[in-house]
Design a protein around this ligand. Structure first.
Ligand SMILES: [Zn+2]
Ligand SMILES: [Zn+2]
Ligand SMILES: [Zn+2]
Length: 756
């Protein structure tokens, strides 16, 4: 019989996910001879046997891959047959180009959960049970190759039983780097606020659950950082947490034990349930049920609740033992980054938490929970971090040089890239905070090592004062490239769909630096990855007092109403006439008040005029609450006017604001006004995109920017565009907010380097 032998190169996420044991078992099943090994590119296999069997074997290398593996390609080439029997897993080889990926953290698998619950199992109630199909990855990795010594598990020596599992190719824990058990692995402890162990010596998890039931606030060390936890059905506990944390209005996320518990709080459609139970286990925003038994101050004014299911055995035990929904919110004071280092967490959280539930496995990288909502049955990412990072995205135009995009200022994430692949980072946060700026720097160094990217081109925003821009300007021996903020939004959305443009795009957000030095944010753009032109915008208006106008939406209302020569309306009773007059003067004279075409600020203005909110505690709050109020039944859209100037169109919202004032005067309820505003803006946006697309002969439209986190506006605009025959792209893998900027920056840079 003729034997055939092939050498197959398997690319993708194939290390640390049980891929080699899978190949080993498959070879055994089919009677294939040869070997499999990990190298720095991925997995290499040689397989020998009858030609049809080898062919079937190669096909199943991708079709039957284990749950956490993601096979991007299998290249098989014939080599000389050896006639030697048997199949081996060969030790790690070194050499070749490194791109073997580190994978995202993955929620506990069903097999491990069964062990966790089984009193006869040696890992019964062990809060760190994991295997090759689940467990910590990115948050414990300190370097490559992904091997235990280069993780935060390095300090734990495996016991004989764990070692035997780790070395057995047929075991579920073969080369599971974080493999551990109660005898050899990390341990949890419950500490008093002063760091002393809680007296009594009972199971710390049961004691912690009891504390929660008693209304205490706990700091809980998790996977990517510390959380603050309390029972979610007690207003006393939640109110105390809110007061101690100084988190005025932002909603708290909840942890529930299972889908059944989630269903008691929110209405879940199939897409939402799929996200909730996915391995990434993000916080899913879903419609709150009227009967949901949660404290009023969990999410004031929000129609949705943010829920997640346990993603580690520790969280599983805590949720099951307490038996009630828990608040699980980031362990920080309002605007600081989430604490992840033990000493720092102890120091920062001791004013907030009554006790600390901690463990001794260090966290390598601070990683926030991801946040997702569903729009038209597809995920709309609001924060992409734990569970998704560091998975790569493909670039539609390959990068000719190694790239780094440093992102924006708020909701910062960075992105490294080489060839066709880009690695968007975890959520870094608001760079105005010194600690966050530090995590940008250490994060970049970490990604450069993990993915062996040595940036030759560093891409930054046009804004000269962004700290990310300053970081970029401080890098030595690199070429610098700047990309306009809204171009980056458009490019990121095109690129995640594998498109290069040209397209027409509506990019609506809070603020971004324009090519003319003014503040953009309501932009109609035409172009692709390489180049962009501005075909329209929201009619510019003064931002009275600059940054202060973001925290005080009534100022934007004042600017628009002054422009329309309308006097102080009744909704503004709290604002004294002299203050109003001062801001009105600023908006006319322009002192310290730059022009802006920001759509986010228009939402602020209209929400303020409706009396929803005159001041906010976080950017976008007025818009979020205004959307929440909308009565979708009342959809008669308000009018907007277009001003055509040459090739450019300005959207003039003044007729709409006038209609809002008329409705208020006529006693129309705010939910109807909100719905008519959303419908009017969606229609006008679609109309202007259709006009511009027709002029340029384009069929592709892009919607992005932080304003499109608004589900109502996004859905209505998509509907109108699709009815007009345009194909619409919106962000899914990355957030429409500034979390997508860095990926957009590298996509633009790659295109420009390729001459596009
Ligand atoms: Zn598992
Ligand atoms: Zn052990
Ligand atoms: Zn933006």
């Amino acid at each position: 019989m003729t034997l055939r032998r092939v050498r197959a190169r398997v690319d993708g996420t194939v290390q640390g996910v049980g891929y080699r044991p899978f190949v080993y078992r498959l070879a055994g099943e089919l009677g294939i001879a040869g070997w499999v090994l990990n190298d720095e590119r991925g997995v290499l296999v040689e397989a020998e046997g009858p030609p049809d069997v080898v062919e079937a074997f190669v096909a199943r290398l991708s079709s039957d891959a284990p749950p956490l593996a993601e096979v991007r390609g299998v290249q098989a080439e014939p080599v000389a047959a050896l006639g030697a029997p048997g199949f081996q897993i060969v030790g790690s080889a070194r050499g070749g180009a490194a791109s073997a990926p580190v994978t995202p953290d993955s929620a506990t698998c069903a097999d491990c959960l069964a062990e966790l619950a089984d009193p006869a199992d040696r890992r019964h109630r062990y809060p760190f049970v994991n295997c090759t199909n689940c467990g910590p990855r990115f948050t414990i990795v300190e370097g490559i190759p992904y091997d235990r010594p280069l993780t935060t598990m390095a300090g734990f020596e495996m016991c004989r039983a764990c070692r035997a599992e780790y070395e057995d190719p047929l075991d579920r824990r073969f080369h599971a780097q974080p493999n551990a058990c109660p005898a050899c692995g990390p341990q949890v402890r419950l500490l008093e606020r002063d760091g002393e162990p809680v007296a009594g010596g009972e199971d710390p998890l049961r004691a912690a659950a009891q504390d929660l039931l008693n209304g205490k606030i706990l700091a809980v060390k998790g996977l990517g950082g510390y959380h603050l936890a309390c029972r979610a059905d007690s207003e006393q506990a939640v109110g105390a947490l809110r007061a101690r944390k100084h988190r005025e209005d932002r909603p708290f996320a909840l942890l529930v034990a299972d889908v059944a518990a989630a269903r008691r709080l929110v209405a879940l459609d199939a897409a939402e349930e799929a996200l909730l139970t996915s391995r990434a286990r993000p916080i899913v925003l879903a419609r709150r049920l009227p009967a949901a038994a949660v404290a009023p101050s969990i999410a004031p004014g929000a129609p949705d609740l943010g829920l997640m299911l346990p993603y580690t055995p520790l969280h599983q035990l805590l949720a099951t033992d307490s038996g009630v929904p828990l608040v699980l919110t980031s362990g920080n004071l309002s605007d600081e980054p989430i604490a992840f280092a033990d000493d720092d967490a102890r120091e920062r959280l001791k004013q907030i938490a009554d006790r600390f539930l901690v463990h001794d496995r260090p966290i390598a990288t601070r990683t926030d929970d991801s946040v997702v909502r569903v729009v038209r049955e597809r995920p709309l990412m609001l924060r992409r971090s734990r569970g998704y990072v560091p998975a790569s995205l493909d670039l539609p135009i390959a990068a000719a040089q190694h790239l780094l995009g440093v992102g924006a200022e708020q909701k910062n994430a960075f992105c490294v890239a080489k060839g066709e692949r880009a690695w968007p980072s975890h959520h870094i946060g608001d760079l105005k905070n010194y600690e966050t700026l530090q995590s940008l720097q250490t994060g970049i160094e970490h990604f450069e090592r993990l993915f062996e990217v040595t940036p030759e081109v560093v891409v930054h925003d046009l804004h000269p004062d962004y700290l990310s821009t300053r970081y970029a300007l401080g890098r030595e021996d690199v070429k610098l490239l700047s990309v306009q903020h809204h171009h980056a939004h458009l490019a990121a959305t095109l690129a995640e769909h594998g498109e290069t443009g040209p397209a027409v795009g509506a990019i609506f957000d809070g603020t971004g630096y324009g090519t003319d030095g003014t503040i953009w944010g309501g932009e109609i753009l035409v172009g692709g990855l390489g180049q962009i032109g501005r075909s329209g915008r929201l009619r510019p208006i003064r931002l009275p007092g600059g940054e202060r106008a973001i925290r005080e939406p009534w100022r934007m209302a004042c600017a628009w109403l002054t422009d329309m020569q309308v006097a102080l309306p009744p909704a503004f009773e709290e604002i004294a006439q002299p203050r109003w007059n001062m801001v009105a003067r600023m908006s006319i004279q322009g002192t310290g008040s730059p022009f802006t075409s920001s759509m986010g600020r228009l939402f602020d203005a209209v929400a303020a005029i409706c009396g929803v909110r005159l001041e906010v505690s976080y950017e976008g709050q007025a818009a979020v609450e205004f959307e929440a109020l909308a009565d979708r039944a009342a959809a008669d859209p308000y009018p907007l006017e277009f001003e055509h100037r040459g090739q450019s169109v300005a959207l003039d919202p003044r007729p709409m604001i006038r209609a809002v004032l008329d409705d208020i005067a006529a006693g129309v309820p705010v939910p109807a006004i909100s719905a008519r505003f959303h419908a009017g803006l969606a229609r006008a946006t679609a109309d202007v995109l259709v006009i511009v697309a027709a002029r340029r002969g384009l069929q592709l439209a892009v919607l992005s920017g932080g304003v499109f986190q608004n589900r109502l506006l996004l859905e209505l605009t998509m509907d109108a565009l699709e009815q007009a025959g345009l194909r619409v792209l919106v962000p899914h893998a990355l957030a429409p907010n500034d979390g997508q900027i860095a990926f957009g920056q590298v996509a633009v840079a790659a295109a420009r380097l390729a001459g596009a």
